[in-house]
Design a protein around this ligand. Structure first.
Ligand code: ADQ
Length: 456
């Protein structure tokens, strides 16, 4: 790559050494090859500064831009998180289409495009992240920018039949086609993207995997995101957190870790676990579900409703089935430090990852990486997590079916050691081979490597 790599994501990390899987991967990638990372400074600012301002330099530069209160409400809380997020997660009924929000979203993208235009040199390569910036490349093309532009969508690609629920549906294909590479988590996402272009524009996929549409040609690329598997395994081995859990020796720990989000299927998970507790045979071990789920996006109404539903479901199950020395569901609504989390994963006999829709779900991969290969726990994984495409050796379940979830819990908690080891070995291979470094390489090779046909 001759030019610089310019990365754009919604929020710019402000710490010198950022933590958290994706942020670390992007930091490492920029440290290795130099470049610039650009993102918003986060919350709404009472006195937002004009333009981009530098917040760090070194192996690469970091620049932030501020959002006004109106921009934060319309672009971030409004359009990105109350329109695009529910629609792309197949929950169109949770969309809140409000006057001014689409305009605010487009205006932030147009403002950022104008700032970027002044920044870009001809050889620079731009890598844009996620649904906050879907129209950014189209805005840049309008300004005459011809640089290579790639995009990675971290969340699922919407189903074509849901797209008309988006008031800006007619613009969506133009936003996507403005990129050179449009990265998606799974082949199923790529297929949905292809169908959208076929249905709306009659544009088919070529032999080289590209789609010609809206006066351009772009590559939809399945590029499943990974984790630093070896690093996470080492953290789990060193962590003492598992030992801090006090449970009777005949009881098993089942773990759930999620941002508190309706896409994660937490109410259904509690109900599935409740069904296990209720229908448990004598041969099935007693188990406690430890659910760690810190709140997110609390300003959005759908999140408040879900939090109430979850409290009610957990309360009912604990009230109904709990005993003096045993609480079926333990629910922690706070973030947990990463090394503690890794130790808890390692201690858990089963990892319960049951989203109703999820781009990838890194928790599934972290759970596998954290296990002791000589005595591993069992991953129970929703069919609707992007991770299910790579992780067929997990117990794959339908998260809407409480009976099936209870059955999988029974199977996981009574599974013979040989089967646990064999399943874990297969899962570990996929997690360690297609790790976070593999993901950045695959995407950047497609974006900068010139023969697109080779990666399709
Ligand atoms: P998320 O929806 O945030 O990400 P996920 O992939 O599960 O979902 O990543 C969550 C990360 O946060 C994990 O690294 C996890 O360890 C951490 N985390 C979650 N709960 C935590 C807690 N209580 N305490 C501490 N850490 C916690 C979006 C998409 C996903 C996609 C990722 C990456 O929605 O589908 O996999 O981006 O592309």
């Amino acid at each position: 790559m001759t030019g610089r790599l310019i990365m754009v994501s919604n929020r710019i990390p402000t710490e010198a050494e950022p933590s958290g899987g994706l942020v670390v991967a992007l930091h490492d990638c920029l440290t290795a090859q130099g470049g610039t990372w650009i993102g918003s400074s986060g919350e709404a600012r009472e006195n937002p500064r004009d333009g981009l301002y530098q917040i760090a330099s070194g192996d690469y530069d970091r620049y932030a831009f501020d959002l006004s209160r109106e921009e934060f409400d319309s672009y971030y809380l409004g359009y990105a998180n109350s329109v695009l997020w529910p629609l792309f997660h197949r929950r169109a009924e949770l969309m809140e289409v409000q006057p001014g929000h689409a305009a605010g979203y487009l205006a932030v993208n147009a403002r950022l495009a104008a700032m970027l235009k002044g920044f870009l040199r001809p050889d620079d390569v731009l890598w844009i992240h996620d649904y906050h910036f879907l129209p950014l490349a189209a805005c840049l093309r309008e300004l005459g920018v011809q640089n290579r532009i790639g995009f990675f969508l971290h969340i699922p690609f919407p189903v074509a039949s849901d797209v008309p629920a988006l008031p800006e549906a007619d613009a969506l294909t133009g936003w996507i086609a403005a990129h050179d590479v449009f990265g998606l988590q799974t082949q199923a996402d790529v297929n949905r993207c292809v169908i959208l272009f076929e249905q709306r524009l009659g544009a088919g996929i070529s032999g080289d995997g590209t789609i010609a549409a809206e006066g351009r040609r772009f590559l939809p690329l399945a590029c499943p995101i990974g984790i630093d598997a070896k690093g996470f395994r080492a953290v789990a081995e060193a962590s003492q957190a598992g030992a801090r859990i006090s449970m009777a020796p005949d009881q098993k720990l089942v773990l759930g870790v999620d941002r508190l989000d309706y896409s994660k299927g937490l109410v259904q998970r509690f109900e599935g676990f409740g069904t296990y507790v209720k229908t448990r045979r004598d041969s099935d071990p007693k188990a406690t579900l430890l659910q760690i789920a810190p709140p997110s996006r609390e300003d959005v109404e759908a999140y408040q409703d879900m939090r109430e539903a979850l409290d009610l479901t957990a309360g009912n199950i604990n009230g109904e089935y709990g005993e003096i020395d045993w609480t079926p569901i333990r629910y922690i609504r706070r973030p947990v430090p990463r090394d503690d989390l890794a130790g808890l994963y390692r201690r858990a006999a089963a990892g319960l990852v049951t989203p109703l829709a999820d781009g990838m779900n890194l928790v599934a991969k972290e759970y596998v990486a954290a296990q002791d290969p000589d005595d591993p726990g069992v991953l129970i994984l929703s069919h609707f997590a992007g991770a299910a495409e790579q992780m067929g050796a997990a117990l794959i379940i339908n998260p809407y079916d409480a009976g099936e979830m209870a059955q999988a819990l029974s199977q996981a908690l009574t599974m013979p050691l040989d089967e646990r080891k064999a399943r874990h070995a297969a899962l570990w291979r996929s997690v360690v081979e297609q790790d976070i470094g593999w993901w950045t390489d695959r995407f950047l090779n497609a974006l900068t490597g010139r023969d697109m046909a080779q990666v399709a």
